[in-house]
Design a protein around this ligand. Structure first.
Ligand code: GLC
Length: 581
């Protein structure tokens, strides 16, 4: 029932306390972060869990990671587009293939379990986790849920990895998109928007569900018996086990002992306790001795955990170092990268294409500019190598930047890294490709929040505590939060060079001035390691098929006002061969 983070728990601890699971938080990597380092780490934990003694049986340990867009923590892994881009592809079969390819690269590291898919239905793009959501539309999210679970878990044989539908429930519906905030909706709305995508995942046999940090109508999900036991387990018939989110029980009460009792009795089965896990064990033991947590609840939790381990065949698998896929040399290999490149192509949405700026001729004289043109870290976004992502090229081994992808197609392309491209002579270029957008972020550090009064307001409704992180910015208006992008687009456009703008972002953004200054404009989301998927589209090798899975706002003010007409509606997307402006 206890899942410590690897940095707070050694194999000796696993043996002494008979720990059933360990996790890596985002960016928590062993050794020099190679697959073999991961296999060695998991082998040591597994061995310790199997070292039976007269008090304890040999019960194999489960290791969990956030492989949410490929096994993104690990050096050299294939990094797939984040979910917001996959939502634009409208391709459940692709999702199943991505999940299967990801499972292979998870198994190569000896890991059994990924905390994915995220089934959030993000309703407010101020939320820093919008990119982890497939769509603002519950139907699109639901259409992917079973595909992902089937691809990831397979038939639970050697090729399968345990999946985890998260975060239960209503994570995408918080007021103003505040991460871990308050979701105020009726039960009917909760069902229609936030619960609906879990049904296909449960029907597909997802083995774990993660509880959500947010509160529903003031009550935190981590202590909500109606949501966790009555709804998820009894009404929806979920037979796997529920894991808490990262120290999520802490926010139920200032008194840790009370918080533990509330969360266990609510129906949570396994507890992601990053550091203070020995205290957790002591408190829970006291609760059972005092009867404030009935032994039947413990038996139910343990039975569920053991049933998942048995369903996964964990008792029959060899040690991680001896498993079929461990250290598989196809890790980060061409087969997975081709699927990722296809996913990039299918995720791009063409928002504008005037004067047939696209497709670009391969022999055109091309100026490539913008802060995100040659930055694999920016392409990948959060939960890549580090929790908050990285901002360089070297950390992302394999794949290529968008600039590197362009260069393989076009002989006359030049990369200009001047912030305003001042030295550029317009007579030397036929077209410019300017790659701009956001920098990497994750969770609450990706929130956009005009003022802290919103936190006070949301927090005042919550019975419990709210964890607040430093936000990414104060406005979604891109020209205000990232003026460097409009500056370079305008500077080049003023030289008379047609501009094709590519926006890398974790969400739709109000970009009216950037759009006006561009001849063509592509939403590329967070495409991941395979930058060639973008150049595939720029040169017309493939037709655009991406369709917005989030409405695109015309300005920052309209984001909180559903009555406002969007700049581009859900489902919008142009084509270059028959599309017209
Ligand atoms: C984080 C996230 C959750 C993730 C977990 C482990 O706080 O909320 O999605 O799976 O912790 O890293």
């Amino acid at each position: 029932m206890t899942q410590p983070e690897r940095m707070a728990c050694t194999p000796e601890d696993v043996k002494e306390f008979h720990i059933g699971s360990v996790l890596s938080g985002g960016g928590s990597c062993p050794g020099d972060n190679s697959p073999s380092d991961w296999v060695d780490m998991n082998d040591a934990y597994w061995q310790a869990s199997m070292d039976a003694d007269d008090e304890h049986l040999a019960i194999p340990l489960l290791y969990g990671v956030d492989a949410i867009h490929g096994n993104g923590n690990v050096r050299g892994a294939t990094v797939f587009p984040h979910n917001i881009g996959l939502g634009a592809a409208r391709d459940p079969d692709l999702i199943e293939r991505i999940a299967r390819a990801t499972a292979r690269e998870i198994l190569a590291t000896g890991v059994d379990w990924t905390f994915a898919p995220t089934l959030a239905v993000a309703r407010n793009i101020h939320w820093g986790r919008s990119y982890e959501s497939f769509s603002e539309d519950a139907g699109i999210v639901g259409s992917y849920a079973a595909s992902f679970v089937n691809g990831m878990q397979g038939d639970l044989g050697d090729e399968g990895v345990i999946a985890c539908a998260k975060h239960w429930v209503g994570d995408g519906g918080t007021t103003h998109g505040i991460d871990q905030g308050e979701t105020t909706v009726t039960l009917a709305e909760l069902h229609a928007t936030h619960i609906a995508p879990y049904r296909p995942a449960i029907d597909a046999g997802v083995l774990t569900v993660m509880a959500s940090f947010n509160s529903w109508n003031g009550d935190k999900c981590h202590g909500h018996r109606q949501l966790v036991t009555e709804l998820l387990k009894e009404e929806l018939g979920f037979k796997g086990f529920v894991i808490s989110d990262w120290d999520g029980i802490d926010y139920l009460s200032k008194n840790y002992y009370d918080a533990i009792g509330m969360s266990v009795n609510a129906g949570i089965d396994m507890f992601m306790v990053s550091v203070d896990w020995q205290q957790f064990i002591r408190h829970l033991r006291t609760h059972v001795e005092k009867g404030s947590v009935p032994l039947s609840r413990i038996d139910d939790a343990v039975r569920r955990i053991l049933k998942v381990k048995m369903a996964f065949g964990l008792f029959d698998k060899p040690r991680p170092a001896k498993r079929h896929w461990s250290n598989d040399t196809r890790f980060g290999g061409l087969e997975q990268r081709q699927i990722a490149r296809e996913a990039v192509r299918k995720s791009l949405v063409l928002l504008k294409n005037e004067d047939a700026a696209l497709p670009i001729k391969r022999d055109a004289r091309i100026l490539v500019a913008g802060k995100n043109a040659h930055n694999r870290g920016h392409q990948c976004g959060g939960f890549t190598i580090a929790w908050q992502g990285v901002e360089d090229n070297e950390s992302i081994e394999g794949g290529c930047s968008i600039w590197e992808g362009i260069r393989t197609f076009a002989d006359n392309a030049v990369l200009c890294e001047e912030p305003l491209a001042e030295g550029v002579n317009p007579a030397e270029y036929d077209v410019a490709i300017v790659v701009v957008g956001e920098r990497p972020y994750a969770e609450g550090m990706g929130d956009v929040r005009p003022g802290e009064n919103l936190i006070v307001e949301a927090g005042s409704q919550i019975r419990g505590e709210m964890k607040v992180l430093e936000p990414y910015g104060r406005t979604l208006e891109h020209a205000v939060s990232h003026p460097e992008d409009l500056a370079i687009i305008s500077s080049i456009a003023k030289k008379g060079i047609p501009v094709v703008t590519v926006l890398l972002s974790g969400r739709p953004l109000p970009v009216a001035p950037e759009l006006a200054a561009s001849n063509a404009f592509i939403a590329a989301w967070l495409p991941g390691s395979e930058g060639e998927g973008v150049s595939d589209m720029l040169f017309g090798n493939f037709e655009f098929q991406g369709r917005l899975s989030f409405a695109w706002p015309k300005d920052a003010a309209s984001v909180n006002d559903p009555s406002c007409e969007p700049r581009f509606p859900l489902g919008y997307g142009l084509q270059i061969f028959d599309g017209v402006e």
